[in-house]
Ligand binder design. Structure first.
Ligand SMILES: *Cc1c(COP(=O)(O)O)cnc(C)c1O
Length: 223
């Protein structure tokens, strides 16, 4: 099936109020254009260099999301154009994003990435670490970032119960944060969870944003 066919079928399974981030990491520009030509405008990458390279080659109305771990020294390369950073996992990183956003006279939207999987390999904040950030005076002083919600990745497992439980934890975090810190912030509304293998579960559990690569483009070739 073509990329356009895959996209059409996936979109039929996603409610209109859930955003689809098409994950284009490792995919050539031509494949991304195919998705673009069938109407897709939101793409996600997980490496800064790949993201900036593709951004210069592709149409300017694409909204680029960064999904992968972000080092502070690379924020400056994406700050001029990135539309959402899903992977904020420290105050140091937030401060750098704020500084670069100010430098470019813009506000950069971010999600707090939470560690929800029972696996050592996943990045993300614990609840305690998030509390430390959000309660700090330094956080309150940041004017050029907006925390728009949360992001998380479930375990790589076939066990639906485990995945569902992990997504429920993320939703619980979202609700607690909304109540405690963002009750009056209408932009705090995103729950980014669900990938090719588990997005239907994520949507059932309350995802507002799903990140799908393989189901659109087929298996990735890591060169
Ligand atoms: C690669 C990636 C995805 C997409 O994974 P697929 O299984 O190809 O859909 C989603 N989120 C993040 C953070 C990723 O790195």
């Amino acid at each position: 099936m073509s990329i356009a066919d895959n996209l059409r079928l996936i979109k039929q399974t996603i409610p209109v109020n859930v955003s689809l981030v098409v994950v284009s990491k490792t995919q050539p520009v031509g494949s991304i254009m195919e998705a673009y030509q069938s109407g897709q405008r939101i793409f996600g990458e997980n490496k800064v260099q790949e993201l900036t390279s593709k951004q210069t080659q592709l149409p300017t109305d694409i909204q680029w999301h960064l999904l992968g771990h972000l080092q502070t020294n690379k924020v400056k390369y994406i700050a001029p154009f990135v539309s959402l950073i899903h992977s904020v996992d420290s105050l140091k990183l937030l401060k750098e994003i704020d500084k670069e956003a100010l430098h470019h006279n813009r506000t950069i939207d971010c999600l707090l990435e939470f560690y929800i999987a029972g696996e050592e390999t996943k990045f993300g904040l614990s609840w305690e670490e998030a509390m430390e950030i959000l309660n700090s005076a330094e956080f309150t002083s940041l004017k050029n970032i907006r925390i728009c919600g949360v992001m998380g990745m479930a375990s790589f497992t076939d066990d639906e119960k485990t995945i569902r439980t992990e997504f429920k934890v993320l939703v619980h975090y979202f609700n607690d944060l909304k109540k405690t810190f963002f009750a009056d912030k209408s932009y705090f509304k995103e729950i980014s969870m669900g990938m090719s293998s588990d997005y239907p579960i994520a949507i059932q559990e309350g995802a507002t944003m799903v990140r799908i690569g393989t189901a659109v483009f087929g298996q990735r070739n890591y060169l």
